[in-house]
Write a protein that binds this ligand. Structure first.
Ligand code: NAD
Length: 349
């Protein structure tokens, strides 16, 4: 099993190092014979290769058995013609990593609301409001005149149907509830198409209940009754925003694991971004990326026991009081590197 590791920008190198410490401990303990190759992407690659996404990277990724992708600081990238390519977006579209699976589970003592939650957001991530990936040629965001900016949103029946199927399959193994988030009161055509497809797929899963909630009300309901939800199905932007809300309510955005899952390849990428405000200070929480690694092992290699062991080590560390700064505010905290070591030590026994 060969993994491609792309540390990315900001806190990416720190959290990836801590995750590799855990990966090595898991590989040794469980004799997994995992190997990995690291390559530069993002601002480091821009310096050395003149582009955030060096040539051949897509080929390398598609040949790997799995990918660990760090966060990317796209906001500070130069325009595309000067080498600023959004690697996450290209991976999602070109490698067809269409399902972004984002769980949020309250950790004892860390939840920010009374009600505990254990939910998974299933987010479509190849189209929607993200105009940079919506066109065959050119960019879906453009300015017809200097004072008018337009962005094209794309919703397709095929993408809605396959993401809905992912959500229903997942819910059928969990609490059997899919909450489909939409804004069909305004986007009657595009979110209407999405809802049509969701209802069609729901018909194939008689044991799973479907409920439909408008996205703005969903934000309120998530805060008020987070324990109600099981699988939340959403198009790209709604899922992106709601998942940051859910993960922060469950404890911290820094705890939130996630995978980008296609039918062939899977990529572990934590929910959060490159956190430039704390980059290089050994303050970042690596548990989101470590949890993403566990999801990757489960998803791509059916290594359920090994993934369980990583999840248990994360849970044990938190239960023992190990806290990075995001979990306790400004009080003295465990650093990113040390957090990785502690989780790894629990796996090694
Ligand atoms: P962010 O997620 O990077 O940070 C939001 C807040 O959460 C910050 O205060 C940050 O310090 C904190 N935080 C995030 N991850 C943390 C962790 N692991 N441990 C502790 N604290 C953590 O969002 P942002 O600041 O809006 O975006 C920064 C950059 O990241 C932007 O360029 C944005 O485009 C990019 N981004 C990338 C991805 C991705 O690559 N998957 C996702 C979101 C944002």
């Amino acid at each position: 099993m060969k993994l491609l590791v792309l540390p990315g920008d900001g806190i990416g190198p720190e959290i990836t190092d801590a995750t590799l410490t855990v990966l090595k401990a898991a590989s040794e303990t469980f004799k997994l014979n995992l190997s990995f190759e690291q390559q530069q992407v993002g601002l480091a690659a821009l310096k050395t290769h003149g582009t955030t996404m060096p040539d051949g990277l897509l080929g390398h990724a598609s040949e790997a058995d799995g990918v660990i992708l760090g966060p990317l600081d796209q906001l500070s990238y130069p325009p595309r013609e000067k080498g600023g390519i959004n690697v996450s977006a290209v991976f999602r579209v070109k490698l067809d990593l269409y399902a972004n699976i984002r769980p949020a589970r309250t950790r004892p003592g860390l939840g920010k609301v009374k009600d505990a939650m254990d939910l998974v957001i299933v987010r479509e991530c190849t189209e929607g409001f993200y105009a940079d990936r919506n066109m065959h040629q050119g960019n879906g965001e453009f300015m017809p005149t200097p004072d008018v900016a337009l962005s094209i949103r794309k919703i397709t029946a095929q993408a809605c149907e396959r993401i809905a199927r992912r959500a229903f399959e997942l819910a059928s193994k969990r609490k059997k509830l899919v909450t489909a988030v939409h804004k069909a009161n305004v986007f009657r055509v595009s979110d209407g198409l999405y809802l049509d497809k969701v209802r069609e797929v729901a018909g194939e899963f008689r044991g799973v209940k479907l409920e439909e909630v408008i996205v703005d009300a969903m934000a309120a309901r998530l805060v008020r009754h987070p324990g109600h939800f099981d699988v939340i199905l959403a198009t790209n932007m709604y899922g992106d925003i709601l998942s940051d809300l859910a993960s922060e309510l469950s404890g911290s955005l820094g705890l939130a694991g996630s995978v980008l899952a296609g039918d062939a390849l899977c990529c572990a990428q934590a929910q959060h971004g490159s956190a430039p405000d704390i980059a290089g200070q050994d303050k970042a929480n690596p548990l989101g990326t470590i949890a993403s690694l566990s999801m990757l092992l489960r998803h791509s290699f059916a290594l359920d026991g090994e993934a369980d062991a990583i999840d248990a080590a994360i849970g044990d560390s938190l239960a023992a009081g190990d806290r990075t700064a995001d979990l306790i505010g400004t009080a003295p905290a465990v650093g990113c590197r040390e957090m990785g070591r502690r989780v790894a030590a629990r796996i090694a026994g």
